[in-house]
Design a protein around this ligand. Structure first.
Ligand SMILES: [Zn+2]
Length: 177
């Protein structure tokens, strides 16, 4: 969280668009923080996006719609279902000479990798690892501390939220129990 991954994704997609390629950006239906059909960053950058569901049907829609585009962007990929087949479909699109950019969070609020992210990272040709700044000590933050239900491990894995719900933390300041 707060590593600038969506900003980086938007930058990369805009570069591709300047280069004359047809670009499409998909966002998960579950992420309701920003106005529908736009992806917005915490800093205010935005790009039109197509909202799709996070299961198998949504992934099929991504594949079908992508046939008309050269470049495919996926924002917040960690929200896709484990069995959605997103990683296979994106791999297939890459094999069809499409350029695929994915922004994803690697670990959940417990510090446990998202299954879908593990698979996407394994398939990726290039990985850009971004960090945030720890809100406690200012070091590199690689964990997301959930604030609304403390450090409970029994809560739902996905809770949508911004600063009120999560804080970036370094390994030393990240608390679990
Ligand atoms: Zn820290």
């Amino acid at each position: 969280m707060f590593s600038g991954k969506t900003s980086r994704l938007i930058e990369l997609l805009e570069r591709e668009r300047f280069a004359g390629r047809k670009v499409i950006l998909f966002k998960p239906e579950i992420d309701t923080r920003s106005v529908e059909s736009k992806v917005k960053t915490h800093k205010g950058a935005e790009l039109d996006a197509t909202v799709v569901r996070t299961g198998k049907a949504g992934v099929k829609a991504i594949f079908d719609v992508s046939s008309d585009y050269n470049v495919i962007g996926i924002d917040e990929a960690q929200f896709w279902d484990d069995d959605s087949g997103l990683e296979d479909t994106l791999n297939k699109l890459a094999s069809m000479k499409k350029i695929v950019y994915v922004s994803t969070l690697n670990k959940d609020y417990r510090g446990i990798p998202f299954n879908i992210s593990e698979k996407l990272l394994a398939y990726a040709d290039y990985i850009y690892s971004l960090t945030a700044v720890c809100t406690k000590c200012g070091e590199e933050a690689v964990f997301s501390q959930r604030m609304i239900d403390g450090t409970s491990k029994s809560g739902p894995r996905i809770v949508i939220g911004g600063k009120e719900a999560y804080q970036p933390r370094c390994r030393n300041c990240f608390v679990t129990r």
